[in-house]
Design a protein around this ligand. Structure first.
Ligand SMILES: [Zn+2]
Ligand SMILES: [Zn+2]
Length: 397
């Protein structure tokens, strides 16, 4: 049996030795925010760092220009463990979700594992996954087979609480379009069909529906087009909604009701209605065996791991789709005071602060140590896969 604690100590030391480089990568991405699927600078920076540390790097993985896959092999055949990176920013807000830290943390984890990989069987992959904030790079990469040979996958997200097995909501993007008939809004309103009124009624219908939805459901939207001038009856209006719930089945059921709300609005106004949905994010199903191993490593580092509350607030992530394909975890590392929400200017500032840098290093160390556990202990990997078969495959099958 490999002496895991010694290997982990060496991995952690290798990460600490590259502390300044990792912080520079994180802060550089933070200072140059690039939105979904346009992360060219970030992807190049991360690929160059991986190549410099002995990884065989493939750029443009899965047909996505800003995706990548880096691989390093151990002393003999064994498990394939994937460490995932995100690095896209939010439109307008920049790196207010901390994906700059996630990109740099994956590099740190890779450096840590690489330092001891000659002592371990198997291989480690670093998979660069673009477009988490829109479009779902991981959804596409899963569909295109990038995770087919992966035995387990992990990623760590910065947050206001440290949680190892928080779930996430299944979500679907819904685009609604209404076509009416333009007319002079004062001189001849009776000749018009008001597409904007159809959008407004849709919102009101959904608000009437809310009382009857289970507490985990989330329906939220914007009016993306509401007409051009106050004196013209709008002949075109559109809205975009996000429909989420704790399970895909319930999210689908809520989506059907929301579409009915829009159909009723079209009927009431006489507008023509069409809609489209974008492939949603599946709910995250954390692998509990893997989560326990990860939590132990964080505790060994002195990182206090918090308990998930029954009413824990949740968003959605395309890591959910990965968790339906292979055993996966998506832990959160606290870098901000409790209560501070992501996607805010305050959180963006924290993502390039000393607290953000500390979170980056702990995220990297946790992933490196857990990857070493999985590679060095085939029994652990077998238990992780067994739980996946019993929970996720059973549920989906
Ligand atoms: Zn986000
Ligand atoms: Zn995020």
């Amino acid at each position: 049996m490999t002496d895991m604690s010694n290997l982990k100590r060496r991995a952690v030391a290798a990460i600490d030795a590259k502390r300044e480089d990792l912080i520079r990568i994180s802060d550089t991405i933070h200072a140059n925010p690039e939105i979904a699927f346009h992360e060219h600078t970030a992807a190049a920076l991360l690929c160059d760092a991986l190549a410099a540390h002995g990884f065989a790097v493939e750029r443009g993985t899965g047909g996505l220009e800003t995706a990548f896959r880096a691989e390093a092999r151990g002393k003999e055949a064994g498990a394939t463990i994937a460490i995932l990176a995100e690095y896209d920013a939010l439109p307008e807000l920049g790196h207010a979700c901390g994906h700059n830290i996630m990109g740099a943390a994956a590099i740190g984890a890779a450096i840590g594992v690489r330092a001891v990989l000659d002592q371990l069987p198997g291989r480690v992959l670093v998979i660069g996954t673009p477009g988490e904030e829109g479009g779902g790079g991981k959804v596409i990469l899963v569909e295109r087979g990038v995770f087919d040979e992966v035995d387990a996958a992990m990623i760590v997200h910065p947050a206001a609480r440290t949680l190892v097995d928080r779930r996430s909501l299944a979500s679907t993007r819904l685009n609604l379009e209404f076509n009416g008939k333009a007319s002079h809004a004062a001189a001849a309103p009776e000749d018009g069909i008001n597409a904007l009124e159809a959008v407004i009624l849709t919102f009101n219908n959904i608000n009437a529906l809310r009382l009857h939805l289970k507490p985990d459901a989330r329906v939220h939207g914007i009016i993306s087009n509401g007409g051009t001038a106050a004196n013209i009856i709008p002949d075109y209006a559109s809205a975009t909604f996000s429909v989420r719930a704790a399970t895909q089945a319930y999210a689908d059921a809520v989506l059907a009701r929301v579409v009915q709300c829009a159909q009723a609005a079209a009927l009431a106004t006489g507008a023509q209605f069409k809609y489209s949905t974008q492939p949603g994010y599946a709910d995250m199903i954390p692998n509990r065996v893997l989560a326990r191993a990860f939590a132990e490593n964080w505790r060994a580092l002195g990182v206090p791991v918090q308990e998930v509350r029954p009413n824990e607030r949740m968003g959605s992530t395309d890591m959910g789709n990965v968790s339906h394909k292979v055993p996966a975890i998506h832990p959160y590392i606290a870098i901000a005071p409790e209560g501070m929400a992501g996607h805010t200017i305050e959180f963006r500032e924290v993502c390039a602060s000393p607290a953000g840098h500390a979170g980056l290093l702990n995220a990297a160390k946790g992933m490196a140590m857990t990857t070493i556990d999985l590679l060095g202990d085939p029994d652990l990997t077998a238990r992780v896969k067994r739980e996946f078969a019993e929970t996720v495959l059973n549920r989906n099958g």
